[in-house]
Design a protein around this ligand. Structure first.
Ligand code: ZN
Ligand code: ZN
Length: 69
């Protein structure tokens, strides 16, 4: 899989992660790793609050949508 963000900019990078929200492939440069204990509403999985912090990978677009300025 290729990084979707790079592909849109005309580059080609191998994806090393996948955004858990939209599923797009992300290279190491574009993957945003979040380690929050709990998410607010809209979390795509029917998970209850996790006991441990779970690393989650987001693309820049979803990150902005969730934590946007
Ligand atoms: Zn990229
Ligand atoms: Zn995304």
């Amino acid at each position: 899989m290729k990084c979707y963000v790079c592909a849109r900019e005309g580059r080609s990078s191998d994806a090393v992660a996948i955004c858990i929200v939209c599923g797009m492939g992300l290279c190491r440069e574009h993957a945003i790793r979040e380690e929050l204990e709990m998410w607010e509403g809209g979390y795509p999985f029917p998970a209850k609050r996790a006991k441990a912090k779970i690393p989650r990978t987001l693309c820049p677009e979803c990150y902005n949508a969730l934590y946007g300025k």
